[in-house]
Design a protein around this ligand. Structure first.
Ligand SMILES: Cc1cc2nc3c(=O)[nH]c(=O)nc-3n(C[C@H](O)[C@H](O)[C@H](O)COP(=O)(O)OP(=O)(O)OC[C@H]3O[C@@H](n4cnc5c(N)ncnc54)[C@H](O)[C@@H]3O)c2cc1C
Length: 646
């Protein structure tokens, strides 16, 4: 098949909201240029927020505080069980408390470079500016960031940076930040500005007269389907790494909310940009349904190595220093163990491919704390990483204080997501997308500790400022269930549930998901090739057809039915997986986490092709043949160069 059999080319797409001119004042000028809604009118406007993670929780709380009527949704039994609670290592901010040369400009620079020059300068600069406010906001809420002896907030280093700008709360930063956002949310719930709907899943977007006006939700406990209306809809529904089945994401993470919006017209940007995190506990067999991250913060003190000799299966303690290869320190002396994730993951894969991997199947490398324990003492290491060490020991039965951890790359984060403009508005008027669900700031590779920063920047600061510009034209006409477009959206949901239940096949939904994940990992994972991606697309299409004939979805739609929930999510993953492979196939360059084997430097690093591919690939839904809209990227401040961490 030729490339045009897989997709067609549409008109370019442009971000019309980002101001030009000096980058330092773009955000200020956009805020000043945006229309305001007066306080009395805010009370008349309703906003739906899907998701209660760091992005959605902070957005709903802030919109409530501003005086809007907010309806908040999540599928968990409590907003504070959102996947954000799992975030371990920290959150970046250009505070320069360490006086080590950090600045807004340096964070901006590191992030654009870290993303391999595939993100927008305006967005990233705004993110770096806001990072400073986030820490103040969270401290004011009482988030217990780690402090130094003197009482100042402590920081540590993360990959892709030579400064120490990551604020943290041991290995539980996400949990503490989410508790801060959750308390702010609860306050608004008590004040009556936010109504909370947990155990509710959004299954369709309602568009009336070209505007996003609501959602169709299923009560996951009673099975009841309802239509919910608003003047604007915000998706904060997280990332889609679970398309790979095995990932470090919470088991429930899925793409359904974004995918339903995509099917209704929202462009999906850079779906193939997936982050494979270098330090995860290796897969231990076919029984697993989830992988566990060992935070990147561990690379502050842990040294990564493999034996120099192939097939050396001595226990690590028996391998003398001069027979070890600290390959990151060797290949990248300037950044050492703290190279960005895409680089560290590929390097781990390379040494394992050479036959120097450790542990079962040779798919592992060591992360060794012996030197840190010798230098700092066990107590100091325990104070910094104790809960991570304990987690590792519980899962593997090995004690990382006395023997090195074994780690291997695993799917962790998705840089792709729904396309949004500078205001975080999608291509559907009135549909805003924030947090991991959008594509906006990380280009082809996210730097560690930048997701929490982005989620909170979006939720506490960006969206609350930009959504008013849209809502100033509201309130929009009242809606009810009789409206033809509303009824049609509801029917779509009912028909789909009926269709899933009617398959009545002989194969579990999980087995389909596991097989889909295997195809994706094999052909659209750490290394991608033209032939592999074509094969993946055809295998996914066959498996998808089989799913709709053979999936077994027991029970009915009248009450709690987790098989039905999973079936709907896996059905959407199939369609997404196809788009991811088409995106990866069309992007014949390597960049960041997207490594095309055909496009590498002599030293095996990602080789970009800026002349041809310096654009955001924003895809319009088109069934088997999606339509590609390109948004050109321009760089005025950080000039694209071959990334070097040497
Ligand atoms: C193990 C792990 C550790 C990490 N550590 C860090 C770190 O240290 N630093 C960092 O910066 N990043 C880290 N990340 C990344 C970061 O945690 C996530 O990117 C971020 O938390 C995503 O936040 P979010 O608010 O966008 O989405 P989420 O926290 O995933 O929240 C999604 C919300 O949407 C709701 N939802 C989804 N779909 C629907 C639907 N259809 N209907 C109703 N509700 C729906 C869910 O119920 C949930 O409330 C880590 C990721 C993992 C996996």
């Amino acid at each position: 098949m030729t490339m045009t059999d897989y997709y067609t080319l549409g008109d370019p797409v442009a971000d019309t909201k980002a101001p030009d001119g000096p980058i330092e004042t773009r955000w200020e000028r956009r805020r000043f240029g945006a229309k305001l809604v007066n306080p009395a009118n805010k009370r008349k406007l309703t906003v739906i927020v899907v998701g209660t993670g760091l992005a959605g929780g902070s957005a709903a709380a802030t919109l409530g505080e501003l005086g809007y009527q907010v309806k908040s949704y999540c599928y968990q039994d409590s907003p504070r069980r959102a996947h954000s609670i799992a975030a371990q290592g920290g959150i970046n901010a250009a505070k320069n408390y360490r006086n080590d040369g950090d600045s807004v400009h340096r964070l901006f620079y590191d992030t654009v470079k870290g993303g391999d020059f595939r993100s927008r300068e305006s967005n990233v600069h705004r993110l770096a500016q806001i990072s400073v406010q986030i820490i103040d906001q969270c401290v004011a809420q009482g988030v217990p960031f780690a402090r130094e002896y003197g009482g100042l907030l402590d920081t540590r280093s993360f990959g892709g940076a030579q400064v120490s700008r990551t604020f943290y709360a041991r290995g539980q930063t996400g949990q503490q930040l989410l508790l801060g956002a959750y308390q702010a949310l609860e306050r608004q719930i008590a004040a009556g500005t936010v109504t909370m709907h947990d155990r509710h899943e959004m299954l369709e977007l309602i568009i009336v007269d070209g505007r996003a006006r609501g959602i169709v939700v299923r009560d996951l406990v009673t099975g009841e389907i309802s239509t919910e209306f608003a003047d604007a809809v915000v998706l904060a529904s997280g990332g889609y790494g679970n398309v790979f089945f095995l990932s470090t994401n919470a088991k429930g993470c899925n793409v359904t909310a974004s995918w339903r919006a995509h099917r209704k017209g929202a462009l999906f940007a850079n779906p193939c940009y997936t982050q494979i995190h270098p330090t995860c506990i290796p897969v231990s067999g076919d029984h697993q349904s989830k992988l566990t991250l060992m935070s990147e913060s561990l690379r502050n003190d842990g040294r990564v190595w493999v034996p120099k000799a192939k097939g050396d299966n001595r226990v690590p303690a028996d391998i003398p220093e001069d027979e070890r290869d600290y390959y990151l320190e060797r290949i990248y002396p300037a950044f050492g163990n703290l190279v960005p994730r895409d680089i560290a993951s590929r390097a781990a894969k390379n040494v394992c491919d050479e036959g120097r991997g450790v542990g079962p199947g040779g798919l592992g490398v060591y992360l060794d704390f012996a030197a840190a324990i010798g230098r700092l003492g066990r107590d100091a290491v325990e104070a910094k990483y104790g809960n991570l060490f304990e987690m590792y020991q519980r899962i593997t039965g090995e004690d990382p204080y006395t023997t090195p951890m074994r780690i291997y790359p695993a799917v962790h984060y998705t840089m792709g997501g729904l396309w949004v403009d500078y205001d975080l508005q999608s291509t559907i008027p009135g549909l805003f997308v924030i947090g991991e669900a959008n594509f906006s700031d990380h280009g082809a590779n996210r730097l560690g500790a930048s997701a929490l920063m982005q989620g909170l920047a979006d939720g506490y600061f960006v969206l609350p400022n930009t959504i008013g510009d849209y809502l100033a034209a509201g309130p929009f006409p009242k809606l009810d269930a009789e409206n033809a477009e509303v009824a049609e959206a509801r029917k779509l949901v009912e028909d789909r549930i009926e269709k899933l239940l009617a398959i009545n096949g002989d194969r579990t939904v999980d087995s389909f998901h596991r097989e889909l994940g295997r195809i994706m990992w094999e052909y659209c994972g750490m290394e991608r090739t033209d032939a592999g991606l074509r094969k993946a697309i055809s295998e996914i299409r066959e498996l998808k057809a089989e799913f709709w004939q053979r999936a077994k979805v027991p029970g009915d739609g009248e009450g709690l039915n987790q098989s039905l929930e999973r079936a709907g999510r896996v059905a959407d993953f199939f369609e997404l997986a196809e788009l991811m492979c088409i995106d990866a196939l069309h992007r014949e360059e390597s960049c960041g986490g997207h490594f095309r084997a055909e496009s590498q430097t002599e030293e095996g690093e990602a080789q970009r092709d800026d002349d041809t591919f310096s654009y955001v690939a924003a895809w319009e839904f088109g069934g088997d043949t999606p339509v590609l809209h390109k948004e050109d990227l321009t760089f005025e401040y950080v000039h694209p160069s071959q990334r070097s961490y040497k």
